[in-house]
Design a protein around this ligand. Structure first.
Ligand code: HEC
Ligand code: HEC
Length: 407
């Protein structure tokens, strides 16, 4: 009797195991996830990447310096799985614009809203003077090391401010004031005291580190050696901080985050030999999407050997373009006007919805939920390309979209 129970118990166990095995989804392939390192790193660099990965996922507590006002408690809360964010989790910048005078309301809590706060401290409210707002959804952060390793010269090569080639598309540089901790490298070409911005939706940040230091403070309320001034709610009184000694993270924590993002691989393309994908790529080039979404760049020398002289395919020119009224948020940043946005890289778009709960959200604030939708918002300099897309046959449109999905 006992033996039968035991045997049937074992049988049940085996059946359950087999059934579970069948129910488990297969592990995603490397090319289907937005994670992993660029090829060719040394074991030491792989290790540093892992340290940065942990920093990126770190959830800050009030004891560790969170806030006193903040947007989120960790980098990965917005850049989930290194992928695009979600429109319910956008951040808001504000300013007062009066003709050509732009006031970022720095003494009144600008330029960014922190709508959350630690216990017992009032969250920020947008000051009444603010009359322009920029809502931004987090971008994917894959392959940033390649972009950071580009020489300014290779970005300048595509500038056509006065549209000399008369293709309707100009492409401008956002020259911005460098941060106090910016150290120019051989890749940088200054314009007076200003440098070429290449990160951020309006290309307002020169380096990854500029963005990281800004994000630590403006998104999480964390001070570092590079910015020792904590956030505070102006209504609560000046410098009413969180009582945690500044800097709240070390310089090495900041460097780890930078290293993590420099060494995240570029998204891997999929289905490149599908005839529809190939036809779609030809159409993408034929109708001139590639006037801005440029496929190929080559990096300069880099202190990370694996990033030196590498060919990569971001589908961007990293330049500002006037995208017309529909995408105009009236919010200037550096030289960028409200209607101007940096061409976003299209790599990784086919995997974007994986970090967005299965539903695609595109454009700077996530307003478009399909590729056609995103294209339909292309006005200004891109209007002629939108028209060209609209005149494609239904089959051709689907091929072009299949190409975007393969990125
Ligand atoms: C509240 C959501 C949010 C949090 C938290 C956040 N980010 Fe971001 N991140 C964004 C948005 C939105 C942008 C676009 C910003 C812009 O246009 O200026 C961005 C841009 C970036 C970029 C530039 C990417 C590019 O392609 O130009 C980097 C790098 C980055 N974030 C890193 C970080 C790091 C590191 C942290 C943690 C310290 C962090 N972010 C925390 C929302 C967030
Ligand atoms: C004049 C330059 C320009 C041209 C030409 C252009 N784009 Fe764009 N594209 C942009 C800019 C700038 C954005 C970002 C706008 C925003 O976020 O509001 C963008 C956004 C996108 C997005 C959304 C990306 C994302 O991450 O949310 C897709 C998809 C896209 N473009 C596809 C195309 C296709 C397809 C064509 C050809 C029909 C095309 N673009 C032509 C500049 C251009």
């Amino acid at each position: 009797m006992k033996k039968t129970i035991l045997l049937s118990g074992i049988a049940l166990f085996i059946i359950t195991m087999v059934a579970c095995e069948k129910m488990l989804p297969p592990a995603p392939k490397d090319e289907e996830i937005l994670a992993g390192t660029i090829p060719g790193l040394t074991p030491q660099q792989e290790h540093e990447h892992l340290v940065g990965d942990i920093a990126f996922g770190k959830i800050f507590t009030p004891e560790q310096g969170l806030g006193p006002i903040f947007v989120q408690t960790s980098c990965s809360n917005c850049h989930a799985g290194n992928g695009k964010g979600h429109p319910t989790n956008v951040l808001t910048r504000f300013a007062n614009v009066n003709g050509s005078i732009v006031d970022y309301l720095l003494s009144k809590g600008g330029p960014q809203l922190q709508q959350s706060s630690i216990m017992g401290y009032p969250a920020e409210v947008i000051p009444g003077e603010a009359n322009v707002f920029s809502k931004r959804m987090a971008p994917a952060i894959m392959g940033l090391g390649y972009i950071a390793a580009l020489s300014d010269a290779s970005i300048l090569a595509n500038v056509d401010s006065n549209d000399v080639d008369a293709d309707g598309i100009s492409g401008r540089i956002n020259y911005v004031n460098p941060t106090s901790f910016f150290i120019p490298q051989s890749i940088h070409i200054p314009n007076g005291s200003q440098y070429i911005g290449r990160f951020g939706k309006k290309a307002e940040k020169v380096t990854i580190q500029d963005q990281v230091v800004f994000a630590l403070k403006q998104d999480i309320g964390i001070t570092s050696d590079f910015d020792m001034q904590d956030l505070y709610n102006v209504q609560a009184g000046i410098n009413t901080g969180d009582n945690v000694t500044d800097p709240e993270v070390s310089a090495s924590f900041v460097y780890s985050l930078v290293f993590y993002m420099r060494t995240l691989k570029a998204p891997t393309r999929r289905n490149t030999d599908d005839p529809d994908v190939m036809a779609g790529e030809n159409l993408f080039n034929q109708i001139g999407c590639n006037s801005c979404h440029k496929s190929t760049f080559v990096t300069a020398q880099s202190d990370i050997e694996a990033l030196s002289n590498q060919t990569f395919h971001p589908y961007s020119d990293f330049l500002l373009h006037d995208m017309g009224q529909l995408l105009d948020d009236s919010y200037p940043e550096g030289n960028a006007k409200g209607s101007e946005w940096r061409t976003p890289p299209l790599w990784g778009l086919g995997l974007a919805k994986d970090s967005q709960g299965g539903q695609l959200f595109l454009l700077h604030d996530g307003r478009a939920t399909t590729f056609e939708g995103a294209i339909s918002f292309h006005g200004g300099e891109a209007a002629s390309r939108r028209t060209a897309f609209n005149t494609l046959s239904e089959q051709q449109k689907q091929q072009l979209i299949k190409f975007l999905e393969s990125l």
